[in-house]
Design a protein around this ligand. Structure first.
Ligand code: IMP
Length: 176
């Protein structure tokens, strides 16, 4: 939680001058999104100059089992046009290869937002990384499959309050 508060401070420092559209990447990003926004709202309340904050949601086609997706599909992308000229903060759960975020950024940039920054709770250390790094991230994590705090394995484990490594037994039990 301390880390999320720190990220909120950095974001408000960098983007706080103007209206921010916080864009949550569903489904994995929703818990981090809610916590991060709580901190941003608290900072807003305690500051002389409150920043207008609006929210939006996008859903990306995610994982089958625990392999990185070879093709990324955006659902709800037609509404991205509303982001033209806006300061957009994309909020994601985890960056692995970086392909998902690179695809989303390409799409967002077609809509010509004023600025786009990305906050991801986690960045995975993996040799498969494209080299993409988000503007803000909470923690770097080992190359393991993680679940909990809205991160899922075939839709299971999103409801865990903590993040943990998925065991081989659970992988077998919940595989599609
Ligand atoms: P990337 O395109 O390889 O960076 O994959 C990013 C997406 O894959 C994230 O938005 C997650 O949905 C999913 N993902 C990657 N690693 C994990 C993990 O360890 N647990 C759950 N989902 C993951």
């Amino acid at each position: 939680m301390y880390r999320t508060e720190r990220l909120a401070r950095d974001i408000v420092r960098d983007m706080g001058g103007e209206h921010i559209v916080a864009l949550c990447v569903l489904k994995g990003g929703y818990t981090f999104f809610a916590d991060l926004l709580d901190y941003i709202k608290a900072l807003n309340r305690n500051s002389d100059k409150s920043v207008p904050l609006t929210v939006d949601f996008i859903r990306l086609k995610s994982y089958s089992n625990d392999q990185s997706p070879s093709c990324v599909k955006v659902i709800g992308g037609e509404e991205l046009a509303a982001l033209t000229g806006k300061n957009v903060l994309v909020v994601e759960d985890i960056i692995e290869t970086g392909k998902t975020m690179e695809t989303l950024l390409e799409l967002l940039n077609q809509c010509q937002p004023k600025i786009v920054k990305v906050a991801s709770l986690l960045v995975k250390r993996t040799p498969k990384s494209s080299g993409y790094r988000p503007d803000y991230f909470g923690f770097e994590v080992p190359n393991k499959f993680l679940v909990g705090y809205a991160l899922d394995y075939n839709e299971y484990f999103r409801d865990l309050n903590h993040i943990c490594i998925l065991s081989d037994r659970a992988k077998e039990k919940y595989k599609m």
